[in-house]
Design a protein around this ligand. Structure first.
Ligand SMILES: Nc1ncnc2c1ncn2[C@@H]1O[C@H](COP(=O)(O)OP(=O)(O)OP(=O)(O)O)[C@@H](O)[C@H]1O
Ligand SMILES: [Mg+2]
Length: 363
């Protein structure tokens, strides 16, 4: 796959002095998000960001179904934002991506690279020739234990190639293909370090939620669950017998709830409780493996995280402090180009694209 690096698990600050950064492109099922940073000392200068809604069914379970329509939306968005960079970083998720932590006898990097394919076959439910494979030795071996954890990632070639082809057709060169969970982790690391704490990053998009538990800078559990904010819209739509667009407008409070408020509140609580239940399941699983590694906070991102009162619901149900991701905490925005209110409003959705935009083009 040429110069592609698939994907990065690096939790260090992903750029080095003097390196150029990729344009971060998050192609979600609801919208495309784009973010561009410039390096500025030890922080970032945010030079462009924006999003554009996709027509329905363009992306299904992480698979690009309508390349022409998506390509058109990305081209128009880039043009409107006057983005000059042609080197992009994208990320993927869904059934075609497998992330698995395996435990192996510690060996030199070269030896591991030669060995990993044979090792991976038993963990990957696809033909090994049909996937791109990547790995990172987490170097958990010690003087007493010569085994080490290795993070293994496999992604279906035809799915990845679908994105690359579409982006190439609109003149973009994909320099990084990452996994959603790791892009989120990079965004967190770039803003808050996170090397000494245990946090659960929870991205709630339109069609899925992604849970990524990061322990002292290393991803220890990642899960995609097919349950997003679109379900809220669909429930509102069927409950009131209205159109999808009317339901969406009610959901995001663009239309006042009026006398529907009590019923709406009930729908919100019921659906959002399903997100909380999934988060609790992941937390229980984590604690069964790491009982002493206390999670200090939950960090919510994605459009779904903008439901009013959601952080309070998570805190009440899990007993863990919950906050909304601030992916630009360590970035200075160009105030002439980016309206501060717009930035504040859109920030939760931009977490993934911000993580991708911290990746170097120099690979
Ligand atoms: N204030 C709000 N309250 C509830 N939901 C909201 C709000 N604002 C936006 N959303 C929802 O967030 C979703 C879009 O979020 P996001 O951009 O993170 O999704 P996506 O990345 O395109 O989807 P996915 O990651 O699932 O493929 C839409 O379903 C939208 O209706
Ligand atoms: Mg998303």
């Amino acid at each position: 796959m040429g110069s592609l690096k698939l994907p990065s698990f690096s939790f260090k600050l992903p750029f080095f002095s003097g390196q150029k950064l990729a344009v971060g492109l998050d192609i979600g099922s609801h919208s495309v998000k784009v973010c561009e940073f410039r390096q500025s000392g030890n922080s970032y200068k945010l030079i462009s960001l924006g999003s554009a809604i996709l027509p329905p069914n363009c992306i299904e379970d992480g698979v690009l179904q309508n390349p022409e329509a998506v390509g058109k939306v990305i081209s128009t968005l880039s043009k409107n934002l006057q983005i000059k960079g042609k080197k992009v970083a994208i990320s993927i998720s869904g059934y075609s991506v497998i992330v698995k932590k395996i435990n192996l006898l510690s060996m030199a990097e070269k030896e591991l690279a030669a060995h990993i394919q044979a090792e991976a076959e038993q963990y990957i439910p696809f033909d090994i020739d049909e996937v791109y494979l990547d790995f990172q030795d987490l170097k958990t071996n010690s003087a007493e234990d010569e085994r080490t954890d290795v993070m293994l990632v496999a992604a279906k070639k035809e799915v990845v190639d679908g994105y690359l082809k579409m982006l190439h057709s609109i003149g973009l060169n994909t320099v990084v293909v990452d996994v959603d969970a790791f892009a989120l982790e990079n965004a967190y690391g770039a803003n808050f370090g996170g090397q000494t704490e245990n946090v659960a990053l929870i991205d709630i998009g339109a069609s899925k939620m992604n849970i990524n538990i990061v322990s002292k800078g290393t991803c220890v559990l990642t899960r995609d669950i097919v349950l997003g904010s679109r379900l809220l819209t669909e429930t509102i739509q069927s409950h009131f017998g209205i159109s999808f667009d009317e339901a969406e407008s009610l959901k995001i409070c663009a239309t006042p709830a009026g006398d529907r408020k009590a019923q709406l509140d009930e729908i919100f609580v019921n659906t959002c409780s399903q997100w909380v239940t999934e988060a609790k399941r992941a937390l229980d699983f984590y604690y069964s493996n790491y009982p002493d590694e206390i999670i200090s906070k939950l960090v919510l991102s994605g459009g779904g995280s903008k439901v009013k009162g959601l952080t309070r619901l998570f805190t009440e149900e899990t007993g863990i402090k919950t906050e909304i991701f601030k992916p630009f905490a360590n970035a200075e925005a160009d105030q002439n180009k980016i309206d501060p209110d717009y930035l504040k409003n859109i920030a939760p959705e931009m977490a993934l694209s911000a993580g991708l935009a911290t990746r170097s083009t120099d690979i």
